[in-house]
Design a protein around this ligand. Sequence first.
Ligand SMILES: NC(=O)c1ccc[n+]([C@@H]2O[C@H](COP(=O)([O-])OP(=O)(O)OC[C@H]3O[C@@H](n4cnc5c(N)ncnc54)[C@H](OP(=O)(O)O)[C@@H]3O)[C@@H](O)[C@H]2O)c1
Length: 214
Amino acid sequence: MKVGVIGSGDVAKSLASGFLKHGHDVVIGTRDSAKLKDWAAQNSGARVGSFRDAAEFGQLIVLAVKGSVATEALRQAGISSLAGKPVIDTTNPIAEAPPQNGVLKYFTTLDESLMERLQREFPDAHFVKAFNSVGNASMVDPQFEGGKPTMFICGNDDGAKKTVRTILYQFGWEPEDMGKVEGARAIEPLCMLWCIPGFLRNDWTHAFKLLKQG
Ligand SMILES: NC(=O)c1ccc[n+]([C@@H]2O[C@H](COP(=O)([O-])OP(=O)(O)OC[C@H]3O[C@@H](n4cnc5c(N)ncnc54)[C@H](OP(=O)(O)O)[C@@H]3O)[C@@H](O)[C@H]2O)c1
């Protein structure tokens, strides 16, 4: 697929490298291409452009920016370049305030997730929450003794979720569909849970798995 990655941080770089590794075409977008100079040198075949270049190129979009600027970054990418496309939303609504005993603070509430805000602001984009509650080092081809980890996803558009499920299988995950956009109210806080061992014990090497009977 043609994939447009919006962002230049660790998540954007890890996922963009993963898409390239698995045979996809990638344009990665930033406001400052100098930030991606080293990454581009190590990832032949990748193209670096603006947020808008990435969004226009992608049949599938990946949103990987700081949660507090997600709306702004998507506006810069252009509303029309997102219309009708699946948008993998990796973001978390992390507030500026420091964690309390290892528990991150969010600027959203349990009755309104960040992805609901984004879906309302960009109604023609098909947001699918994914990759928000695991460290970037384990996003592609994760290796865990307990087998394949679970990636909880949600979103309103079944076609977009099907596309994301296909990518997740390719990247070595077991996708688990948690319903429509409101599912993000439960999935986004999983990042808080995932980070607690990191902040308390510097343990950042785990992932979630849903166990089922029978
Ligand atoms: N780090 C992880 O392992 C991890 C794991 C799961 C989920 N997440 C979530 O994934 C997202 C990305 O995390 P990250 O650590 O890779 O990167 P990050 O440091 O949270 O975000 C960096 C990106 O934000 C963009 N940005 C910053 N200020 C901006 C502004 N005013 N307007 C537009 N764009 C702006 C930057 O754009 P430029 O490229 O133009 O500088 C850059 O692409 C976050 O929401 C995070 O919570 C992170």
